[in-house]
Design a protein around this ligand. Structure first.
Ligand code: SAM
Ligand code: DTB
Ligand code: SF4
Length: 329
């Protein structure tokens, strides 16, 4: 199987998969089915050809608007439809955001990602977020935002305020999307991803595994990401945090090696992208995280909270970095 030998056919939009995909789901599935040692070796070869091994980028998240979201994403504790005990919080004041960003910088993060539980931002909210982006950028941090679906002009407004990355996940394979989210379709995701790309922002786009999808569907998700005209610069791979009250609360835990395989497949198919070991680290052993880094993960969420759920404390990560001779970049 040859990686990236298929020419990309011209097409209408930049986020929708190319007509002749760079990576078909079948090709990615064949990667998943390699003997584990062979898959890890391939991933290491690709990783070392493009990145310094052991150099890990760190992004800190802040939920700037929490809960009460009208969408029905089955994994999400912030949907208004599920009783998850999350306390709703309106858009934070600028000063609170700046204080959190400064603390993240002091702790060693290089990027600060602001997340909002919206279907999409209202214009008056976007104006406020643009001010936050401008201020956080002024601290010398890279900036990222994840605010849901964008309307025309909003990506440009964020770019002009100093936004570096926009996070918008496809979340799962196209054919499984309807089982996980009913209030929008995957084409709505592609539409916003196109707007982000066309505004010249870096794209952060990945998904979640452990939601009851099949291996073929995990392969389909990776193939979709890898076959975008320009693959995302940043690819978060989240292990489902099964939150009580959400429809996926009882989802069967994914075999940890299958999660590692997903990381390896992302690395091999998107050789120059940062692959982020994302949600779910709190439940992972140091040994599993080490396997993820070996498989080509070179980015993490850093800081004791994701959006509403926990993440390892800085001290635990400091120990992990020391034990594995990892270097923060
Ligand atoms: N509302 C915006 C949206 O959906 O694009 C932005 C925030 S949303 C919480 C950002 C991403 O967090 C989702 O796309 C999903 O991939 C991830 N996420 C949410 N809940 C999760 C969970 N329980 N486990 C793992 N990832 C989760
Ligand atoms: C992403 O892919 N994962 C992050 C970030 N992008 C916004 C969010 C994970 C959220 C996990 C559940 C929570 O903390 O609410
Ligand atoms: Fe809302 Fe985003 Fe959660 Fe979906 S993932 S319910 S859009 S906050």
């Amino acid at each position: 199987m040859e990686a990236q030998t298929i020419r990309i056919a011209p097409r209408a939009t930049s986020a929708t998969p190319v007509t002749a995909p760079r990576w078909s789901a079948e090709q990615v599935l064949a990667l998943f089915e390699l003997p584990f040692m062979d898959l890890m070796f391939r991933a290491q070869e690709v990783h070392r050809a493009h990145f310094e091994p052991g150099a890990i980028q760190r992004s800190t998240l802040l939920s700037i608007k929490t809960g009460g979201c009208p969408e029905d994403c089955h994994y999400c504790p912030q949907s208004v439809r599920y009783d998850t005990g999350v306390t709703s919080q309106d858009l934070l004041p600028l000063d609170d955001v700046l204080a959190a960003a400064q603390a993240a910088k002091d702790a060693g993060a290089s990027r600060f990602c602001m997340g909002a539980a919206w279907r999409g931002p209202k214009q008056r909210d976007l104006d406020k977020v643009a001010e936050m982006v401008r201020a956080v950028k002024g601290l010398g941090l890279q900036t990222c935002a994840t605010l849901g679906m964008l309307k025309d002009g909003q990506a440009e407004q964020l770019r002009d305020a100093g936004l570096d990355y926009y996070n918008h996940n496809i979340d799962t394979a196209p054919e499984y999307y309807g089982d996980i989210i009913g209030t929008r379709g995957i084409d709505d995701r592609y539409d916003t991803l196109d707007k982000v790309r066309q505004a010249g922002l870096n794209v952060c786009c990945g998904g979640i595994v452990g939601m009851g999808e099949t291996r073929a569907q995990r392969a389909g998700m990776i193939a979709t990401l890898a076959s975008m005209e320009t693959p995302p610069e940043s690819v978060p791979i989240n292990n489902l945090v099964a939150v009580p009250g959400t429809p996926l609360a009882g989802a069967e835990t994914l075999d940890p090696f299958e999660f590692v395989r997903t990381i390896a497949c992302a690395r091999i198919t998107m050789p120059t992208s940062y692959v982020r070991l994302s949600a779910g680290r709190t439940e992972m052993s140091d040994e599993m995280q080490a396997l993820c880094f070996l498989a080509g993960a070179n980015s993490i969420f850093y800081g004791e909270l994701l959006l509403t759920t926990g993440n390892p404390e800085a001290g635990r990560d400091a120990q992990l970095f020391a034990r594995l001779n990892l270097k923060a970049v």
